[in-house]
Design a protein around this ligand. Structure first.
Ligand code: SDX
Length: 392
């Protein structure tokens, strides 16, 4: 019994692993990172603080945070040869395809941090991944719009550096808007880790074979891309745009309830949350703040809020315990800031890299860890003898 709720360690019968990093109570809509509620971290912390917390288990002191932030800043640049790698893609390549390829290739450039038996190399690889994801993401965006790459500027914050590499141009200075910087930092916090979701489980399974950390994170990026998972933020905004106006919402609610229609309400429902996703509440509040600050009167946001209100009163969604998840409002904010929908899952992967490397470190540093080997329920043919083709 801890605090206001009964602490359920998890589904011991079906647990895929033990972990000390993130706790979710899907029925109560609770999400804790190393014991700290996501609402408090999103409101009061910074993404660098949360990255340190996930990796090391405690919130850093001021001195520890400065040292960690400085260490991360030492790795923000990308090997110059990798810029050539980008130029091998078509300009219209999906940025997630580029991110998968570039991250998977990192072990070819940073071979001195691929020995998973060396704790120092494991931490260097983790710092490199956290530090380079904003550079890789920004370069994927720049490449897609035909603009030159910008090098990192370590005089800026982690998130400010990312915004400048993404939206800045060599021809003029880029001034980081503190409201946008705070909103993006909060969005990164909300996406940092989420227990054993599909992509984190992919990273752990890949890591259990002893694969290098860069390959494991590339595997996680590939899994996250799916529309049922991290790709839902891109799909949710595309859905809101397709709905277009509030009066068309009932048509889509009906489709989402029709078992013969494959359409699902993107940004709704969750494998674990059968209550409101606590991240979605913070995301909606952030959307309000950003749209107000930018003076954006986006009808899409009105459609999102009305859609939520209608769905939350609809018997089908109430009975199925379907609530907005982290992906429902994030796209409204990202679109208002200026990101194309193709970059939404890239941003999710950028943030989730901190959770992935924390979970990978937790697993790989366990001396008793073994290679993952899920079993199956066999429902195929019983044993039978071969029949030569002439007799078939
Ligand atoms: C993320 O695991 C994580 O932690 C993931 C994540 C993270 O941080 O890593 O939180 C990030 O992936 C969030 C989820 C993003 N995906 C979407 O928003 C896509 C739309 N949502 C669905 O595809 C769906 O809700 C899933 C995939 C998320 C969950 O699907 P399940 O396992 O089928 O959900 P369920 O068992 O709770 O469904 C109960 C019923 C089912 O119908 P029946 O079989 O009972 O008849 O509700 C239906 C589902 O078909 N249903 C939906 C629905 N989601 C579930 N019906 C309409 N619209 C939806 N969105």
């Amino acid at each position: 019994q801890t605090g206001a709720f009964t602490f359920d360690p998890g589904f011991t019968s079906t647990a895929s692993c033990e972990s000390k990093i993130t706790y979710i109570d899907g029925d109560q809509g609770i999400l804790l990172h190393r014991g700290y509620p996501i609402e408090q971290l999103a409101e009061q912390s910074s993404f660098m603080e949360v990255a340190y917390l996930l990796l090391h288990g405690e919130l850093p002191s001021g001195q520890e945070l400065d040292k960690f932030t400085y260490t991360i800043s030492r790795h923000t640049m990308l090997h110059e040869q990798l810029a050539t790698f980008y130029r091998g893609f078509r300009r219209d390549a999906h940025p997630m395809a580029i991110m998968c390829g570039v991250v998977g290739a990192l072990s070819a450039f940073y071979h001195d941090s691929t020995d998973i038996t060396d704790p120092h190399q494991r931490m260097v690889a983790s710092h490199r991944l956290i530090a380079k994801m904003p550079t890789i993401a920004a370069m994927a965006y720049k490449y897609s719009i035909g603009q030159p790459f910008l090098y990192p500027d370590n005089s800026l914050s982690y998130t400010g550096n990312f915004l400048r590499m993404t939206f800045g141009v060599p021809a003029e200075d880029y001034v980081v808007d503190p409201v946008i910087e705070r909103a993006m930092d909060r969005i990164f916090i909300l996406h940092a880790d989420h227990e054993q979701n599909a992509s984190t489980s992919t990273v752990r399974l890949a890591g259990s074979s002893g694969a290098n950390p860069f390959a494991c994170i590339a595997a996680g990026i590939a899994c996250l891309w799916g529309p049922a998972h991290g790709g839902a933020n891109e799909a949710a905004l595309n859905m809101l745009r397709e709905i277009g106006t509030v009066d068309r919402i009932p048509e889509y609610i009906a489709r989402a309830k029709d078992k013969n229609d494959p359409f699902r309400l993107m940004g709704f429902g969750h494998r674990v949350y059968k209550n409101y996703d606590p991240r979605a509440k913070v995301m909606q509040k952030t959307a309000n703040e950003v749209l107000e600050k930018l003076g954006v009167d986006d009808p899409i946001f009105d459609v999102a809020r009305e859609l939520e209100q209608i769905a939350l009163k609809d018997d089908y969604f109430v009975e199925k315990k379907l609530y907005p998840n982290v992906d429902f409002y994030s796209g409204v904010i990202l679109s208002a800031i200026g990101f194309p929908t193709s970059m939404f899952t890239v941003l999710f992967a950028l943030a989730r890299t901190t959770g992935w490397v924390a979970q990978w470190n937790e697993m790989i540093s366990d001396p008793d860890q073994k290679i993952g080997r899920p079993r199956q329920l066999y429902t195929g043919a019983t044993q039978r003898d071969y029949v030569p083709v002439g007799k078939r």
